[in-house]
Ligand binder design. Structure first.
Ligand SMILES: [Zn+2]
Ligand SMILES: [Zn+2]
Length: 649
């Protein structure tokens, strides 16, 4: 929780600035910023600031009420990618270039890496020494179970081109093979995927579509190799990666779509892609039984048919095929005669084949994917490029006449590139290959229902569960008005997110911020979670008081007064607790430019105590009345003398 304020300000401000992309929008638009034309500039600033400040207030509130709450962080951590996944690397040479530091364990103190080192896997240990003597005098090397490296360095493994790396690197060994894992920022990872998967793209719009697909895939399937302690490998099993080959065009496509994901019903979509669908995409359900996604269905694609990969032919000798199957562990009778297509799926792809015996009768069934993998491993992956083929028996050979390359599910890369060259933009390309999804930085595609009460509207994706929350909110709002003597000048909208993950994705707030308010819209974590922690009503009360105070605020009122008043009104129990430790202008300066959590905690406590003192002296009606009239002249102590602050030290 130490990071609270810096994280909040670093993350919530930029994400908030991006939460209204031009894609389908959730219903929190048309908020107060467009309804308050009287003082647009001030109000706009206010909303902008209020958002982060409210987040902070709630954070403190939760801390006070229930200690550490849900420290689940935003998914902004770097992606952990294993390099050289297919190479079985046993040695690696590292040459420091700039600020290279290394350490033998995660918690160890980093030390400079002054000279090149060579690391060798030895069972589950690493042997390392400097590059000259490591090969000559083995006795000179040292042993460690891990090697952590930061800074810029040149990385060299046998048979690979050297790589100039600037990402934190972690090297371990298992069974004599090195595991090299980089921690990369998401956007850099996406650029490296474009270099690996889409290096031949002609169209910039298609590259942008691929950037969104690769990013969404990474968010959706992150942790695919969790048991091996990294997120993704660097092969087509996950996404192919070419770190040293990223071009300016690929980087521009990533930047142009920064943070944008493809969503379906509030979750990142499963954005599979392949090289060429051969004119018909495949259904995910039929390709990988158990995968259900309405947007991954069979549809025609005329765009990819002009590509050279659209059609292919392959002649495979029956004896070669026989040994390929045996190698793959498929027990076929040695005297089988022929192979025939038995069942095709709805996209025309072969699902099941009949192996015909010597007597002309069915000897066994063989799945198309088993056949393709057996042939791929033994005879090369370009023999049977897809399951979309016709099969002809030519005595000694089998002739495969096929279309497309790859599984055919989702985005067809060659079709996408052709679409881009025909003038389609990346949104149109994504909509064509993933119909029904929505593009955006925050969660899209939830089906919101509106519930109304006398004073507020509630948006929910789960009417049954949340109907009761409307009653609670109405009651809390009523009480907040009664307590403060203020009336609402706007119609609040309460938006309830169905899961914590969707709340975080949509608002950009970390899980420990219970709610965030923008304009007249309060965006709330699943209320059931807040109820469990006993903070639902206090959270609502706090947000409503902010709305009440902000909608009644005189243009000249300082921030500290508005914050202090909200805190004072929100707290029924110990209104007089806490001391005035800061003068008004010091509080104001701190709120305008927050530095850290401790400082903010002091500012809020001091603001609350200042308001409480004013109320004791002048009465609540008078002090609350300043919201519309401005602070009465002479009511505050003279400008900061510094005395009250020094008194604390
Ligand atoms: Zn993988
Ligand atoms: Zn296609």
């Amino acid at each position: 929780m130490q990071v609270a304020i810096s994280k909040l300000h670093r993350e919530s401000v930029p994400v908030g600035g991006l939460t209204a992309p031009s894609g389908a929008k959730p219903p929190d638009n048309g908020s107060a910023d467009s309804r308050q034309p009287a003082r647009p500039r001030l109000y706009f600033n206010l909303i902008h600031h209020t958002k982060s400040r409210i987040g902070l207030v709630i954070c403190l509130l939760l801390l006070l009420k229930c200690g550490r709450v849900n420290a689940q962080s935003l998914d902004v951590q770097d992606i952990r990618v294993r390099l050289y996944s297919l190479q079985s690397v046993k040695t690696i040479a590292l040459s420091p270039l700039e600020n290279a530091l290394w350490k033998p364990c995660a918690g160890c103190r980093p030390r400079p890496l002054p000279a090149p080192v060579i690391l060798k896997a030895s069972g589950n240990q690493l042997q390392f020494g400097n590059s000259q003597d490591a090969s000559a005098k083995a006795g000179n090397s040292r042993s460690t179970s891990a090697f952590y490296l930061t800074g810029k360095c040149r990385v060299q493994v046998p048979t690979e081109r050297p790589l100039e790396n600037r990402y934190p690197m972690e090297i371990t060994a298992k069974g004599g093979i090195l595991t090299v894992v980089l921690s990369m920022p998401m956007e850099d990872y996406v650029a490296a995927v474009l270099a690996g998967e889409s290096s031949n793209f002609q169209s910039d719009e298609a590259l942008k579509a691929m950037a969104v697909a690769a990013r969404t895939y990474a968010v959706r399937f992150r942790g695919r190799h969790k048991t091996e302690h990294f997120d993704f490998c660097d092969t087509t099993h996950c996404q192919d990666l070419r770190l040293s080959a990223v071009t300016d065009r690929q980087r521009a496509a990533v930047e142009a779509t920064q943070g944008e994901l493809l969503w379906f019903e509030g979750s990142p979509a499963a954005t599979y892609y392949h090289q060429n669908c051969g004119g018909t995409t495949a259904s995910a359900y039929e390709t990988w039984p158990g995968t259900k996604a309405d947007y991954l269905e069979v549809h025609a694609d005329s765009y990819c048919l002009r590509s050279e990969h659209a059609r292919w032919e392959s002649r495979i000798n029956k004896a070669d095929l026989n040994s390929a199957l045996l190698k793959a562990g498929v027990q076929v009778s040695p005297d089988w005669q022929s192979l025939q297509v038995d069942i095709r799926n709805r996209s025309g792809r072969v699902q099941l084949l009949d192996v015909i015996g010597k007597d002309g009768k069915l000897a066994m069934k063989l799945s198309a994917s088993t056949l393709r993998f057996a042939v791929g491993r033994a005879l090369g992956w370009n023999q049977i490029k897809s399951d979309l083929y016709d099969l002809k028996d030519n005595r000694d050979d089998l002739l495969f006449s096929g279309r497309g390359s790859g599984h055919g599910v989702g985005l067809c890369q060659e079709g996408a590139d052709a679409m881009g060259q025909h003038g389609k933009n990346y949104r149109e390309i994504l909509a064509f290959y993933f119909p029904g999804t929505a593009l955006g930085v925050s969660a899209q595609g939830l089906s919101w229902q509106r519930l109304r009460s006398e004073q507020l509207d509630l948006f929910t994706t789960n009417q049954n569960a949340d109907a009761e929350i409307l009653n609670i909110a109405e009651r809390v709002l009523h009480k907040a008005q009664e307590n403060s003597g203020l009336t609402l000048k706007l119609h609040p909208i309460l938006k309830i997110y169905p899961t914590l993950a969707i709340y975080r994705d949509s608002t950009g707030e970390p899980g420990w911020v219970a709610a965030s308010t923008r304009g007249n819209t309060i965006r709330l974590q699943p209320p059931q979670l807040l109820q469990q922690k006993g903070v639902l009503e206090s959270t609502l009360r706090h947000e409503f008081l902010h709305l009440l105070v902000e909608s009644n605020t005189h243009a000249s009122l300082p921030l500290w007064f508005r914050e202090g008043l909200v805190l004072y009104l929100a707290d029924d129990s110990d209104r007089l607790a806490g001391a005035v430790t800061l003068a008004p202008d010091a509080m104001e300066a701190a709120l305008q430019n927050p530095q850290n959590r401790e400082q903010m905690q002091q500012v809020y406590a001091s603001a609350k105590a200042t308001v409480a003192n004013l109320v004791t002296r002048l009465g609540k009606v008078e002090v609350v009345g300043w919201l519309s009239r401005g602070i009465a002249p002479g009511a505050l102590p003279a400008r900061s003398s510094g005395r009250s602050q020094t008194a604390q030290h």
